[in-house]
Design a protein around this ligand. Structure first.
Ligand SMILES: O=C(O)CCC(=O)C(=O)O
Length: 386
């Protein structure tokens, strides 16, 4: 797909997102339909030297957790205790070190995954004005974002995203399906159906993984599963167009996820990198696997036992890349605090109580997510208010 930047005339400005470049005459729009016509990339997308990517980095050693036996029965009664124990041991080791692992034999159909990728391509292939009908508004976490042009003016990511909310509420509302139809019209019902089904599958999978995380932390197996009941999660479709200068920019800048657990499916193109032991390392795409990582909210729930690790995505000049990220989040008003099993007389609380709604607001309105988001949020919460 050809991609390009377009500068708008002042007359067009009103309908377009602003870059906030300090130059109101020529606001830039990240337009993925003509970009390849330009030899260089705008300076707003050029990252500082110490953050520029290296494409060839060593691979990260991540455990491959086979969920086959663990998922074959609702209560794991048919899973051999030794395979469950081995899986929770591997998860514990990975989560203490970097918080990343892969799951295979997860029970999600290949057709559903390939449909989810197919509809991602269809969405991002649409003309810019169509995508802008669901433009993400400042301070909101849902909608279409062409880079972060409306929010930031430096270190912009080389990507487009579409984010929407998934609510696992008791009334079984079809929040995703409704979003597509309400925001884009009835022609988008097939998109809504696929992503509704995909998010329901991700929500169930994440609750199973929560059971394993509970076991691995020596907490009652149902504890985290129940905690994330009625989860109010976020689904994000990431589209990274090819870039003529991939060594100057990043597809997704370095950050830790503020959310609780991320379940990512990458297409066949390399791009995801994790910062471990002072070095960037890649996670090679495996179409049969989901990449799972701990986010800041779970790090707080585990009282820092498990790590939410810095990661980023690089781009390349040859191929577009897509990834599907499901961010598990608790119900908005649920209080995030570690279970009593994770507190003792020696280990003090690392973070104050908070709700996901407070943390989400902090990341949307006050802070650009990076490697220090949780600490900055915690400091902000405890700082005396004037
Ligand atoms: O595309 C990827 O591999 C990573 C995406 C990511 O980190 C994000 O969407 O927060």
């Amino acid at each position: 797909m050809a991609v390009s930047f377009v500068t708008t005339s002042p007359e067009e400005e009103e309908d377009k997102p602003k870059l906030g470049l300090g130059n109101s005459q020529t606001p830039l729009i990240f337009n993925p339909s003509m970009l390849n016509l330009q030899p260089n990339i705008p300076s707003q997308f050029i990252w500082p030297d110490d953050e520029k990517p290296s494409i060839d980095v060593p691979e990260l050693d991540v455990p491959l957790i086979d969920l086959q036996n663990l998922l074959s029965d609702k209560d794991y009664t048919s899973a051999s205790p030794s395979s469950t124990l081995e899986a929770s041991r591997q998860i514990s080791e990975a989560c203490k070190k970097h918080g990343f692992f892969l799951v295979v034999n997860h029970g999600i159909s290949e057709k559903l995954i390939s449909d989810a990728h197919e509809y991602t391509s269809r969405f991002f292939d649409m003309p810019l004005f169509e995508k802008q009908r669901v433009l993400r508004k400042p301070g909101e976490s849902v909608g279409y974002a062409s880079s972060f042009t409306g929010r930031f003016s430096t270190k912009l990511p080389w990507k487009e995203t579409l984010s929407f909310r998934f609510c696992d509420d008791k009334s079984r509302s079809k929040s995703v399906q409704d979003y597509f139809c309400d925001a884009l019209g009835h022609g988008f019902e097939p998109f809504g159906k696929v992503y509704q089904e995909y998010c329901e599958a991700m929500s169930s999978l994440s609750l199973k993984i929560m059971e394993l995380l509970g076991l691995s932390l020596g907490v009652n197996r149902d504890y985290f599963r129940d905690f994330f009941g009625e989860n109010d999660s976020i689904m994000r479709l990431n589209y990274y167009p090819p870039c003529q200068k991939p060594d100057l920019t990043l597809g997704t800048g370095p950050h830790c996820d503020p959310t609780s657990l991320t379940i990512l499916h990458q297409d066949h193109v390399n791009g995801l990198q994790v910062f471990v032991e002072n070095q960037w390392r890649s996670i090679r795409p495996n179409p049969k696997a989901f990449v799972v990582n701990i986010g800041d909210t779970f790090m707080a729930l585990s009282n820092d036992r498990y790590k939410s690790c810095l990661h980023r995505a690089v781009v390349n000049s040859e191929s577009e890349r897509k990834s599907l990220a499901f961010f598990l989040c608790p119900k908005k008003d649920r209080v995030v605090k570690p279970p009593r099993e994770l507190l003792d007389s020696i280990t003090s609380r690392r973070y104050p109580d908070f709700t996901w709604s407070m943390f989400l607001e902090f990341t949307q309105k006050h802070y650009r997510a990076d490697m220090n988001t949780l600490q900055a949020f915690s400091d902000w919460l405890t700082k005396p208010k004037k």
